[in-house]
Design a protein around this ligand. Structure first.
Ligand code: SF4
Length: 434
């Protein structure tokens, strides 16, 4: 497969070698280029022979450069290929539980191993072939895998894919090659919790030290499940049991390998009503992106920030809007801040998720509509702080497609999105702008 070059960076190696936008890249060092992984892998060498096509004729040029120096070619899409969608129909899929009419990109079910390497996405391995897995191994690419269960029949059932069980062998193949895997388990009560979770964690433990980390996250169940199998959410007893089962493997893994390997998402502790573990429990926070240790990290950072901050801004009142699950953590932080800065009042308002259903309790899935409806009757003070997780990464747009300006004008208050960073959080509460 050849790939069209859509741009050449000025003063780049490619420009100096005479390549032009519109040329077609055929091969690098004799390897056909199918996608961005081939390009990154083969273009990393310090001597590259590029074969390209221009106006129907093939040309060859050699580029000498430092290893890993970019050649400077641009392509139509980041992957240089179509994004791969998943071949599953998981009973817990959040996309299947979204209301109709949301922006189209939110409905795309990606399951692309290349995005695992490039962006840290988790993939199920179900749409890979033996050749794809061999390529991952040959390129020495560490991968993030949505395991869910290591019971083959249960995996087929949970993912509604008759090949999902067989594809588990890729996990072993990758681990046996010496590569590292990060894993994720979406835990569904009555399916892959209890002894099934114990079995999965022990199977992953048997692959140590090639399992870097495992996040166990609770299933999210919205009110839009018509036609889908019934799914329960965790109650406090079930959440506590999950923490205890994970604790069994953590203990033996720590003794043998010096790492706990598996970690429960914060939601389990909040649902179980158990204290959050201390910072050192999370080692170097390997599963932060999966919601493991976010609360602890925020608490510790806010406490450090309080120690270092000075405030002489006078009376100030802010409102923090958050998901219902994390409200106790936010309230406790608010009390600590108010004790340290008596002129500052912090009001925490847990927002019920009426858009997806009240069983959805995380902050990142709160919409502008719910913020407006529930905050309108309140005195919000000088500023409303929301989490950046409620917004698109590149635009201040909420999941219900409303802009942050819609919230500002509806509530008539300054609205500031804040990252999950304790220093930024305290600055926002105190109104310190950098
Ligand atoms: S792999 Fe499962 S959960 Fe992920 S997008 Fe596909 S169906 Fe949904």
């Amino acid at each position: 497969m050849a790939v069209q070059i859509t741009g050449i960076d000025p003063k780049s190696h490619a420009e100096r070698a005479g390549l032009k936008s519109g040329d077609t890249l055929i091969s690098i060092n004799g390897h056909e280029i199918e996608d961005v992984l081939d390009y990154m892998f083969y273009a990393a060498e310090n001597s590259t022979v590029i074969v390209y096509e221009r106006e129907g004729e093939q040309h060859k040029t050699r580029i000498r450069k430092s290893e890993y120096d970019d050649l400077g070619m641009q392509f139509e899409s980041f992957l240089m290929d179509r994004k791969r969608s998943c071949s599953n129909n998981c009973i817990f899929c959040f996309i299947d539980q979204m209301p109709p009419g949301m922006r189209e990109t939110l409905y795309f079910k990606d399951d692309d191993a290349r995005l695992s390497f490039l962006q840290g996405n988790y993939v199920t391995l179900t749409n890979l072939t033996d050749r794809d897995v061999q390529r991952i191994i040959d390129m020495r690419l560490n991968i993030n895998v949505s395991v869910h269960t290591t019971n083959p029949e249960l995996r087929c059932k949970m993912m509604h894919n008759r090949f999902a069980g067989d594809k588990l062998r890729y996990i072993k193949m990758i681990a046996d090659s010496g590569l590292m895997l990060n894993c994720q388990i979406v835990c569904c009560p009555g399916y892959n919790d209890g002894d099934e979770l114990r079995r999965t964690l022990n199977d992953l433990y048997s692959l140590m030290p090639h399992i870097q980390s495992v996040a166990i996250v609770p299933v999210g169940v919205t009110k839009f499940r018509e036609g889908l199998p019934h799914l329960d959410i965790f109650d406090s007893k079930g959440a506590g049991e999950v923490i205890d089962i994970i604790g069994e493997v953590q203990e033996k893994c720590l003794a043998e390998f010096g790492t706990k390997m598996a970690f429960a998402a914060d939601e389990f502790y909040l649902t179980a009503g158990r204290p959050l573990p201390e910072g050192e429990f999370y080692e170097d926070y390997p599963q932060y992106e999966n919601g493991v240790g976010l609360c602890r990290s925020l608490i510790d950072e806010v406490h450090s920030a309080i120690e270092m901050a000075e405030y002489d801004g006078g009376k100030r009142k802010v409102t923090i809007a958050c998901g219902t699950a994390v409200a106790p953590v936010q309230r406790s932080l608010a009390e600590d801040i108010m004790a340290a800065f008596p002129d500052v009042t912090v009001q925490v308002v847990p927002i019920l998720n009426r858009f997806f259903g009240e069983t959805i309790t995380v902050t990142g899935l709160i919409t502008a509509g719910d913020l407006i409806d529930q905050l309108k009757p309140l005195d919000l003070g000088d500023e409303l702080l929301i989490s950046k997780a409620m917004l698109k990464a590149d635009e201040p747009i909420f999941l219900d497609d409303k802009h942050i300006d819609d919230v500002i004008s509806a509530l008539n208050v300054k609205v500031t999105p804040v990252a999950n960073d304790g220093f930024e959080y305290l600055d926002a509460v105190l109104g310190i702008e950098w």
